[in-house]
Design a protein around this ligand. Structure first.
Ligand SMILES: [Cu+2]
Length: 140
């Protein structure tokens, strides 16, 4: 029984290397000040498929942690709330932009400078998509 389950999982992984239908456009990482331990990334997540895409985790080899955050103001104070998952509806898109939803990248393992690329990996419930985002000072 265990062997059969293992074989089935391998098949799914081999046949579905990417988050089906997901495209990532206009992505960039804001260059953090020297010595900063966090950076934010922005992009448009688009679902070109007919089924919802649920992003269950985000990671980058260049950071210890990555999380989806939402900036908001509560009682006059700016706060960030973490999203465990993010669902992109079929034929729809979600924008990650300064002041709103963003990807928080924490504890870089090397310095981050304008012009470099940062590889980000999205996990959609076992399927994975990666994207290289340029580090920029300002909005593209
Ligand atoms: Cu944040």
């Amino acid at each position: 029984m265990i062997k059969i389950i293992g074989a089935a999982l391998l098949l799914v992984t081999a046949n579905s290397p990417a988050c089906t239908g997901l495209t990532i456009d206009q992505g960039w990482v804001r260059e953090p000040p020297p010595g900063a331990t966090v950076a934010a990334a922005f992009m448009t997540l688009r679902n070109n498929g007919a089924a919802p895409i649920t992003i269950t985790a985000v990671s980058s080899r260049r950071f210890a942690h990555a999380m989806l955050h939402q900036s908001m103001t509560v009682d006059g104070t700016a706060r960030m709330v973490a999203h465990e998952t993010l669902v992109v509806a079929p034929h729809n898109s979600i924008q990650l932009a300064p002041g709103g939803l963003h990807l928080m990248l924490m504890q870089p393992n090397m310095s981050l400078r304008k012009g470099q690329q940062v590889e980000i990996e999205f996990d959609c419930g076992g399927h994975r998509s990666t994207v290289d985002l340029p580090i920029r000072r300002d909005l593209p």
